[in-house]
Design a protein around this ligand. Structure first.
Ligand SMILES: C[S@@+](CC[C@H](N)C(=O)[O-])C[C@H]1O[C@@H](n2cnc3c(N)ncnc32)[C@H](O)[C@@H]1O
Length: 208
C-alpha cells in the first residue's frame, strides 16, 4: 500500500518495497543544496536514489537537472512519481540500473549524492522491516559505497563535490584510507556525524 510523508518541503510517496524515507537525511539534501551555490554548472547525480527524495529536495528550486539511479524498479517508479509531485518531472531523469552500469563514459557531474546500503551483511537481521537490497552493504558494509566511489572517481567534475552517506565515522575512516580516496585527486574534506548516520563530503580539486 502506498504511503506518504513530508520530507522537508516535499510530499513523498513510497511503500514497503523501498526504504522508508528517514527524516534526518534532509541534512544530506540541505548540504547538497548549499554546495549547489558554489560547484560548477551542470546536472546533479544521485546514486542509490530510492524514492528520490534526497536528491529532489536538494535540487528543487535550483533549476538544476537531476539524474537518479537505482537498481530497484519500484524505487524508480516512486522517484518518477515524486518528481512529478514536486513539479520537476521535466528536469529529472530516473535510470533503473545498477549504478556500476548506469552512466556513459563521458558523463560528468558537478555534484554527486550517494546513499548506498551500509549495514554489514551479518547485521541486516536487526532491521527486518527494511528491504534487504536497500541495506545490505556486504561483509564490512562498504561494498556498494566502494562502487559509488568508483563512479564518483570516474564522473565528478574538477571543482565538484560528492556527498556520501555511511553508517558510522569508522566506516568513513576506513574508506578514506583506500583508493580512490587515498593518494588521488579526490579528498575527504568534511565528515558530519548525525545520530543515525554520517555524511562525507568528497571534493575533486579544480583543474589548473
Ligand atoms: C540505503 S537505500 C537509500 C534509498 C534512498 N536514498 C533513501 O534514503 O531511502 C539504498 C538504495 O540503493 C539501491 N541499490 C543497492 N545496490 C545498488 C546498485 N548496485 N546500484 C544501484 N542501486 C543500488 C537500493 O535499491 C536502495 O534503493
Amino acid at each position: 500500500m502506498t504511503e506518504h510523508l513530508t520530507f522537508g518541503t516535499l510530499r513523498i510517496a513510497f511503500d514497503d518495497r523501498v526504504l522508508r524515507p528517514r527524516e534526518w537525511t534532509t541534512a544530506q539534501s540541505t548540504w547538497a543544496a548549499d554546495l549547489l551555490g558554489t560547484v560548477p554548472a551542470g546536472p546533479v547525480l544521485e546514486l542509490c536514489a530510492g524514492a528520490g527524495h534526497i536528491g529532489l529536495l536538494a535540487v528543487v528550486g535550483s533549476g538544476r537537472r537531476l539524474v537518479c539511479v537505482d537498481a530497484s524498479e519500484a524505487a524508480c517508479e516512486f522517484a518518477r512519481a515524486n518528481a512529478r509531485a514536486a513539479g520537476v518531472a521535466d528536469s529529472v531523469e530516473v535510470r533503473h540500473s545498477r549504478l556500476e552500469e548506469a552512466l556513459a563514459r563521458d558523463e560528468l557531474f558537478p555534484l554527486v549524492i550517494a546513499d548506498p546500503p551500509w549495514v554489514p551483511a551479518a547485521d541486516t537481521g536487526r532491521f527486518p522491516e527494511d528491504p534487504l537490497t536497500a541495506i545490505d552493504g556486504g561483509g564490512d558494509g562498504l561494498d556498494i559505497a566502494r562502487a559509488c566511489l568508483a563512479v564518483i572517481a570516474g564522473h565528478l567534475l574538477p571543482g565538484g563535490s560528492a556527498l556520501l552517506q555511511l553508517g558510522t565515522a569508522a566506516q568513513a575512516t576506513a574508506l578514506a584510507a583506500e583508493s580512490p580516496l587515498s593518494g588521488g585527486d579526490l579528498t575527504v574534506v568534511e565528515v558530519r556525524e548525525h545520530e543515525r548516520g554520517v555524511l562525507v563530503r568528497i571534493d575533486r580539486v579544480s583543474a589548473g
